[in-house]
Design a protein. Sequence first.
Length: 210
Amino acid sequence: MSEVKISAEPRTEFGKGGARRTRRAGLVPAVLYGHGEAPVHIAVPAREFAAAIRHGGLNQVFTIDVVGSAGPTLALPKAIQRDPIKDTYEHIDLIIVKRGEKVQVDVPVTLVGEAARNTLVVSESNTLAVVAEAMHLPNGFEVSIEGLEAGAQVTAGDVNLPEGTELAVEPDFVLALVSAAQTAEQLEGDTGDSAEAGAESEAASEEAAS
């Protein structure tokens, strides 16, 4: 994954009021830290940042050029706060990385294919923690569930990792489970049992009241 160059401005206003003014100006409040450096409060262009994340994913590496700084800095999003209603970025934590160093990141996992008939696939985790070189982070993983029968599991060890990428969890870490789906008869039985239990409870309450 290649880095995305982005310009940033030093941020001098803090608090909710300052953050709102920053966002109204089309910028996102952010903090840049790591490698023993003092945290630097900056503001990055919201539109450019959003476009980079859409294209490269949450593990996109940025070359950040802060106005007035000695030079650009490589950084990786560590935490992103979003407004779920407005679908906008509220705040970004950016951690400094170096070329050649390995970092741990959570990579999205997508299940592809269809399990066997009359089964139900339950996702236990939609991300997988891995360790990889900062400039070669994977965008995502695909794992096939094609034809899997009830009782099968999809684990971290089933993921095909690119060269230079290692698991940050145990190989038996479960990503998804395949179970038997309930039949129509079973569902009807559950409904009947629930109704019967409800009737018994109601009758017992009426008896106690009398």
